[in-house]
Structure formats: structure tokens, C-alpha cells
Design a protein around this ligand. Structure first.
Ligand code: ING
Length: 314
């Protein structure tokens, strides 16, 4: 019992995945995920966060047809034989997880997807990435492509919150973390933990951005969003050099105070973990971020009515 009523805690782990090269098989990647799930369990974790597009290399960096991408990098069913060992291990260890992958639906639609799996290995939630960065056309002069707008549709299930045991948990993916609306919509559904994976190239093809800013803005988004929405956040990178293309690490667990409670220090396979106190969110929601008491949506209408910036209101 804590001073603030009954303590609700969750053993949370974030499994950062090092490079996945074009030559790496899904079976080899899944073996790495299973090994990290075991490490997470050894750290008393009850839930582990895996990255975005965790089963393959970050293929949107390559120009190819949609048909070729589907054939090489999309999952036609989930689970499937290549991923089944991860579901089996989750059931054996009684540990839940979220996993990012490229989804081909039975109707032939393509999404950048993550699923929420409970400790019995049951899929209890699915999210399809809404904020798709990059471009759809070929940029032959660029050092690499970022073709998420070519290979994926905008997610069609919205931002949803599931109940995982006692925890209200929401999901988003990568670029979603840069848009404050993401976390506000989840926290307006009373999420107390948001989990996400990301693949974030170090190099900016649009201007000569100083390298340190990629890590700075990544952490800034997560720390600000955690604090402003009274959320715990677990964020898992796929990182390091994939066939020479570098992506940042910086996997973290962030508290509703905005403080980082655990952070990866490598750019390889690395499990970080913390026993998070979900009651910490309650205090912020009862006081400084008591939405019902302090928000004034009548003054926020532009956020929904406008997509791009326009003229000042009269
Ligand atoms: N990757 C990057 C991300 O949002 C990006 C793309 C990086 C956009 C930096 C803007 C600035 O972390 C994915 N996959 O969304």
C-alpha cells in the first residue's frame, strides 16, 4: 500500500533490436526476439515492447514495386510459422508483448502494423500506423528512399486503448510520436501506458541536420508527450547499421514526470526494464493534467478543422 492508495505496478521491458540486414531471415530475427523475451522475463518483466517492422530490414529505404515489397517483406497472416516461436515462448513465459510488422490483409491492403499480445499469446489489439513520413515517388538522387507513403496505407483503426490485465495500454508507431495529437487522443481514452517501436534513420535527406538532433528530438517528443499526457511510454528502436544505413538507438522507458527511467546505451540487441508504478499517472491526472477540469476544447477547434496552417483567425 502506498501513501496514495493501492500500488499498481507493471514489469515493463523494451527490447531494442540491432540491425536486420537484407540477408537476414525472419527465422533468425525471431530467434533474437525470443532470446530478448527470455532476458526480459529474467528481469521480471510481464510485458515487452518490440520495434516497428521488427521482422525485416527497414525496406522503405529501397525503391521497388509494391508487388516486390509484398512478396519479400509483408506478413500474409499473423501469427505465421516464422513468428510462431515468439508466440509459443510468450505463452510459456506468460509474458505479453507488442510487435511491429508489415501487414498484408486478406483484401490485399498494406499497413505498417503493430499488435498487442497478452500473456496467453492471444492478439488483443492491433494498430495501423497513421502518420506516414517520407514520400511515394522515386528520389534517385537521394542516398536512400523513405517510401512509407508508397508501401503503406494510412492506418484505418484509429488510436485505440486496450486493457492488458490492470493496465490501460495504447499503441502508436514511430513517426506518430512526433505528433502531439497521437498521445492526446490516447490519453483522452484514459491510457496510462503507450508502447511504440521506431526505425529512425540518422541522416536527414532534406537538409544537413546535425547528427545529435535526431536523438534530441526523439527523446524530446517522448518526454514531453509522457509529461503532458500523464503517460508511461516504452519505445523500442530497431537501430544500428542495416546494410550500411544507420538508424538511431535510444530505446527508453519514460515516466509521467517526463523523466527517463531506463535507456539503452548500445545500437544492438539490448533489453532495458523497469517496474513502473501506474499510480504515478493518477497523481498527474488528478491535478496538473486533470483534463476534465482544465481543458478548453472550445478554443482548440482549429486542431481538427485545419490540416495545414492557414491565416490567423479574425
Ligand atoms: N522514421 C522516422 C521517424 O519519424 C523521421 C522518420 C525521422 C521523420 C526524423 C522526421 C524526422 O522517426 C519512421 N519510420 O517514421
Amino acid at each position: 500500500m502506498s501513501a496514495h492508495g493501492s500500488i499498481r505496478t507493471l514489469g515493463l521491458a523494451v527490447a531494442q533490436l540491432g540491425p536486420v540486414h537484407l540477408a537476414d531471415t525472419r527465422q533468425a530475427v525471431v530467434a533474437r526476439l525470443v532470446e530478448m523475451m527470455r532476458q526480459a522475463q529474467a528481469l521480471q518483466a510481464e510485458f515487452v515492447v518490440f520495434p516497428e517492422l521488427a521482422l525485416t530490414t527497414f525496406f522503405p529505404r529501397y525503391w521497388m514495386s509494391e508487388e516486390e515489397a509484398v512478396g519479400r517483406f509483408f506478413e500474409k497472416t499473423m501469427p505465421n510459422p516464422a513468428v510462431q516461436p515468439l508466440f509459443d515462448e510468450a505463452r510459456r513465459l506468460e509474458i505479453g508483448f507488442c510487435l511491429g510488422y508489415a501487414e498484408l490483409t486478406p483484401q490485399g491492403r498494406r499497413f505498417n502494423t503493430s499488435i498487442l499480445v497478452d500473456r496467453n499469446g492471444e492478439v488483443i489489439g492491433k494498430y495501423r500506423k497513421i502518420h506516414l513520413p517520407g514520400h511515394a515517388e522515386h528520389k534517385p538522387d537521394a542516398p536512400f528512399q523513405h517510401l512509407e507513403k508508397k508501401f503503406f496505407e494510412v492506418g484505418d483503426v484509429g488510436f485505440r486503448v486496450s486493457r492488458l490485465g490492470q493496465t490501460r495500454i495504447g499503441m502508436c508507431i514511430c513517426n506518430d510520436r512526433r505528433w502531439p495529437e497521437t498521445f492526446r487522443v490516447l490519453s483522452l481514452q484514459s491510457a496510462e501506458l503507450v508502447v511504440l517501436g521506431y526505425n529512425t534513420p540518422s541522416h536527414n535527406i532534406h537538409w544537413d541536420e546535425p547528427a545529435h538532433l535526431r536523438m534530441f528530438t526523439h527523446l524530446l517528443c517522448l518526454q514531453a508527450s509522457a509529461y503532458q499526457n500523464a503517460l508511461w511510454i516504452g519505445a523500442a528502436a530497431k537501430c544500428g547499421r542495416e546494410d550500411g544505413f544507420h538508424m538511431i538507438g535510444g530505446s527508453v522507458i519514460v515516466a509521467p514526470t517526463g523523466e527517463i527511467v531506463a535507456q539503452a546505451t548500445s545500437e544492438g540487441d539490448e533489453v532495458i526494464a523497469a517496474r513502473i508504478d501506474l499510480g504515478l499517472s493518477d497523481k498527474f491526472r488528478q491535478h496538473v493534467f486533470n483534463f476534465a477540469k482544465h481543458r478548453r476544447p472550445e478554443h482548440y477547434r482549429l486542431i481538427v478543422e485545419r490540416t495545414g496552417a492557414g491565416d490567423p483567425l479574425r
